[in-house]
Every structure is written in structure tokens, then in C-alpha cells.
Design a protein around this ligand. Sequence first.
Ligand code: GLU
Length: 441
Amino acid sequence: MKVRFAPSPTGALHIGGARTALFNWLLARGAGGRFVLRIEDTDKERSTPENVEQILDALRWLELDWDEGPVFQSGSEARHREAVDSLLASGRAYRSRATAADVAAWKATHGDERGFRGEPEQDGAVRLRVPEDGDTTFEDLVVGEVRSPNRSMDDLVIARADGTPLYNLAVAVDDLDLEITDVIRGNDHLTNTAKQLLIIQALGATPPRYGHLPLLHGPDGKKLSKRHGAASVQELRDAGYLPGAVRNYLALLGWGAGDDETILSTEELVRRFDIGGVQRNPAQFDERKLRWLNGRYMRELSIAELTAALEAFYGRTALGPAVEISAEKLQTLADFWPLCGFIFDGPVDDPPARERWLGSDGLAALAAARDALAATEAFDVASIEAALTGVVERRGCKPRDVYQPLRVALAGRPVSPGIFETVAVLGRETTLARIDVALNL
Ligand code: GLU
């Protein structure tokens, strides 16, 4: 088996494209086959080196390694021209000056359902001669049988008048030259397949198998777009998801038992994935489910692994102690700084929190907490807990009447990891200094 992922480098790699890449990769890895990366860069304006790099970068982050390529489609132009010439020479294609208006006029006489047929001319664009009779059919690996009556298909343009080969020709020739056995791509390409098959037939070659993946929708049932949250792989990375969790979630979009909350390691996915199990209906991308799944993956990491991931994500060092006390509360890497940034950067400014928790009662509780924390001998979690529960008992108040003012003094806001752990991580000196600042506000 040899499969390919063939993105057009028009910008970021979108989630749908990433799923196509993943399904191809899983098929190749599961079958011991080869996975080729082909960059369809014939649109020279949009195919900038930056756009190509974005695709490679996204695939590397997803850890989808390829065995061959990147093969640049623009590098095969000579082959594409050769194929056009051979089709002209064999009479399977002809030159025609027919314009879009001519095609429209032809249809006005012959009916809309009738494919355009031109007359050979001296020059003009190159059109493939589509047979009059029969159907172009194939057994789609996902969709089942697809049948297009040849009579309804236009003689399609395969090269411009200046000789530039066009899209469907380039794809068909490249798939043959690369000896691709299975073309797995998005449903939006379904209408191209009959055209590519006609080209391959006219070249006298054997076509690959085709499988078209269902579209992705958002949770509201509409076509997936930016409106639904992160839309590209880069955005998923920046939102703090782990590549393994993203692979797991993407695999469940259109494949599996219709359950998109199953934890499956990449090894299991490789073992279990099969193209026959891909559904025909659109799949729903729901970022909340990815978030949940990502949380499960985060929990599987050791503190050392999670610390390394967070340090790489933020470009910081020495995050370990803060990671240890917050790990359970994190669903994504990006959750860490909002929760723990105050440990490193000092309290945030949250006036409503000050107003709510640092009134006269709050300040009195805070002063008592300060005295107790200044007096403990050791400064570990157990002694801190003993000191602070002592304050609660002596004041006869609720725990939060002491802990929330203390949180606001240390973090600036009433949300933090466990209060005893937070105090221990900050250490006595910093804790007392922050309390003093709050007491003097
Ligand atoms: N280059 C096409 C795209 O990015 C894919 C072509 C194909 O897979 O045949 O949508």
C-alpha cells in the first residue's frame, strides 16, 4: 500500500486536512505501507515557502512522519506536459478554442445535462475526449459505488492554450508516477475523481483505489469554520493541546463506533484503524470534547513529563514545583499560566476580588494568618496547614474567610492551586512579603 497526503500550501493546515493526513498515515503504518507527502504547489502565488513550511511544521508537531517527499508538484511539470502531448498524439485529447461562452451556447442547444463536445482546432486549450457512451464508475472505499454517465461530462480542459497543465491532469499523473495505491482525501474532491479516472483511462493506466472522507461540521451541524474555535493545527498547538490527544480525537472524527470520547493510543489506532470503518455522514468537531480528552492525556503524564511539556510550551524553566501543585486542574498546557502565573510574576490586579475579600474582616484574618505563618518552625505543607487551620479555629470562622483573603494577597484573585501547597511553593519570605503588601494597600 502506498498512500499520499497532497495539501495545497495556501496557509495553515486546517483540522480537516490534518484528519486526512492522519487517516493516510494510519493506513500506511497499519499496513506496513508507505506514506508520501506531496505538496500541490502549482498555484505559484499562494504557494509561498512560508505556507509550505507551515504545513510541514504542523505535520511534524502532529508527529505524522512521511516516508517519501515532500514531492513538489511543480517539479513534475515536464511529466505533466508529456502526458498532455501523449494524449494529443493518441487522439484522446484535442485542441479547442472553445470559450466558456461557447460551452454555454452549446448547452443551450443540447441541454444542460449534456456534456460539452468540441471540434478539434489548430490551437487553443487541450481538452480530453470524453467517451459518448457508458459510465465512469468506481467503488469508493467509504462512499460505495459512484457512477457518472459519460454523456453528461464535458470534454474537460487538461491544459491551457499556453501549454500549462491543469489541476486534475497533474493530480492524475502524479498519482500514477508515485504509484499510489489508495487515494484517501476529503469529500470535496469527489467530483474530481471521475475526471481523474477518465484521464488515467485515456493514458491507458490502472487507477488507484479512492476513498472520500466525510466533511467536518461544528457542534451546530454547520461546516467547520473559525467560528467553532481553533480551526488550524497551529491554533490547536497554541491552545495547549498535546499532539497525542489531537491524533486520538481526530481519528474519532468519522471513524470508529460513533463514539468520540474513546481513549486510544496511537499504537492502538494504527492497529485498529481501517478505511471500511469510516462513516459516510459528516463528523462533528467539538472542541469541548477535545479539551476533555486532552485533560485525560495530561493526567497520564508524570510530573516530570508534564513539566517538560509546559517548559517547552512557555519557554520558561523551573516550573516543576508549580506544576506539581496544579497538574490535576489542567486540561490544556495553556491552562497553566492563568492558574499559576502569579507564583512567578506576582499577584494579578483584580479590584473586585480585593473589594470582596480584603475588607476589614478579610484584613484582620490576613493579619492573623501572617502571624501564624511567621511563627511556624518548619515551612512545609503540613505545618502550613496546621498554622492556617489554627487561625480558622481561633477566629471561629469558615475556612474560606481566611483562605480567600490569603489567596487574594498571594495571587491577586480568589483562584489558585491548593492554598497550603501554594504557600509552601512560594516560601515563607515571598508569602509574608505579599501579605504585607496587601495589608498596606
Ligand atoms: N491539493 C488538494 C487539497 O489540498 C488535495 C488533492 C488530492 O488529495 O487529490 O485539497
